[in-house]
Ligand binder design. Sequence first.
Ligand code: HEC
Ligand code: HEC
Ligand code: HEC
Ligand code: HEC
Length: 491
Amino acid sequence: MNRARWGAFLVAGVGLAALTRAQDPAAMPPALPLPSPAPASPLAIGDYRGAGSCSATACHGSIRPSAAMLSPVLRNEHTTWLSDDAHARAYSVLFNQRSEGIARSLASSARPYKSAHLDERCLACHATPRPSAVLEQTHWMDADGVGCEACHGASGRWLSEHTTPGWRDLAPERKAELGMANVTALPARARQCAGCHVGDHEAPGGIPVRDVNHDLIAAGHPRLNFELSAFLANMPTHWVEKGNNGEPPAGGDLRPTRAMAPDFSARAWALGELATAESALRLLESRAKKADQKTAPWPEFTESGCFSCHHDLRDQAWRRLPRPAGDDAMVGAPRWGSWLFAEIDGALAATVDPAVSRPFAEALKKVRALMNGSTAPDARAVATAAKDAAEAARRCVDAMAGKRLSANEVSRLIDRIDTWTGVNGWDEATQRYLALAALRQSWAELDPSRKADQDGLARKLEEIRPRLQFPAGLDSPGLFDPTRLRPGSSR
Ligand code: HEC
Ligand code: HEC
Ligand code: HEC
Ligand code: HEC
């Protein structure tokens, strides 16, 4: 498999690319446990400074990457973000025709028209998320779009100390207390991304709910299809990715290395699945609570697979197939979490100690039974079950902080996931494809002796990819048929 070609393609209409990374396989230091982020105290106006305050040439606005080998940072982060990164344009998108259409469709007699760029529901993700009271007084920051503080944390409490020489020696825990998110560590990073790319409830620091629900989607918003490994590969990096949670290299050599952890893609995939679950369950809890108070639609359609309701009206035989024993629904029937939870079992089995993963698996089963058990699930019961499951998911994400995956673990995961029978629709097929693309990448980095098998898997994925792509001009998979995914089946 040609690596450049591998990295270049897009899946379907979702803009998800599989990936390849230039990395030096290197022995990794032993894993260290990482603390959970400190609970955020309420954020105030002075806590936000905007992206402009990071853009000085000597700080992060250099034109070219820093040549200083001893500096761990590139110093051109602001330049990369501004010129190459979609996040810097997230606010200006709210002025385009599509946003205008969304805003018009959302207006009703009960809710007068509001331009998208003034609508808090949109600003929650298309600008740096801030508590409502702060947002009202810091609209000057909106134009940054998703600025530095959206991922790295509100900077007011750390900015001045951050410019002193002692900053580098501060422990990540101390930086987190000051409000700087430790995105070097994958758990915190995955949570930051999922907050906007999956959505989230109203957070303790006062960050408002972030929700792309079916109302927004029916009005014209793209569906959110997040998978961490592919999204990290697609984001123009303004850092040197080491994938090692920032742990010092073995032997106490503190000089920065450019060597990346070989299991990074696989770990990002697994952790991304778990962080997605955590975010999605918190969002479900808040949707269900509102539904219980009759302030939100219920059932919320985005909780189920889109293409179970939206598909070509022609009869498709695979939709009438029975599910495996123990599952009484029809294949293709609306079912909960078809995108979000498609590969969660594999991710859990491979990565998290059963003592931590079992309570989550059980809590998730309860949510699934409630959501799939009725066309109008009991909202109050769902809210409680989702809250418990989100809490259990949080522990799984944290438990992965120090986890490293071996070649054997990755190859076992591939064996488990690489089956193409019983796939229930496009969501499952695409998630399976993305999982395998990430796992194959790490397998190749971890164990070059299995190159022939890895190339075989790559060829299989190449064959499956076009079957996932949306037909030209369609915003859905059209006549996609999961029974034709098996390699060798005719199309
Ligand atoms: C939960 C976070 C979230 C909320 C809330 C949200 N968006 Fe988005 N929006 C996104 C993300 C993430 C993308 C990129 C999707 C992708 O490519 O995966 C996006 C993409 C878009 C796009 C397409 C991008 C383009 O280049 O044209 C438009 C338009 C848009 N959003 C408008 C809106 C409007 C208008 C609102 C409010 C009514 C809104 N969004 C609310 C997260 C959100
Ligand atoms: C969409 C999320 C996101 C946005 C927006 C963002 N960053 Fe980052 N940034 C990251 C991630 C993820 C890393 C990787 C952290 C690591 O590996 O240490 C990173 C790394 C960095 C690093 C290197 C840290 C280190 O210890 O190696 C610097 C410096 C940085 N970002 C500055 C900025 C600045 C300045 C902005 C705004 C112009 C910005 N970032 C915007 C996500 C983001
Ligand atoms: C504050 C909300 C927010 C956060 C946090 C965030 N994003 Fe985004 N992201 C967006 C929005 C909104 C867009 C769409 C912008 C546009 O279309 O111009 C986007 C776009 C993207 C895109 C381009 C998607 C496409 O289809 O072209 C990638 C890749 C991406 N984000 C990756 C990440 C990663 C990785 C992280 C975490 C390190 C992250 N994002 C964190 C809101 C966010
Ligand atoms: C339980 C069935 C169901 C599910 C699941 C569902 N929808 Fe819908 N969708 C509908 C119905 C009914 C309408 C028309 C009423 C309305 O606009 O809400 C609709 C309308 C829409 C529209 C407006 C355009 C049109 O054809 O009328 C879009 C776009 C859309 N849905 C996309 C999605 C996406 C994307 C998902 C998955 C995230 C999804 N839907 C999940 C039933 C569903």
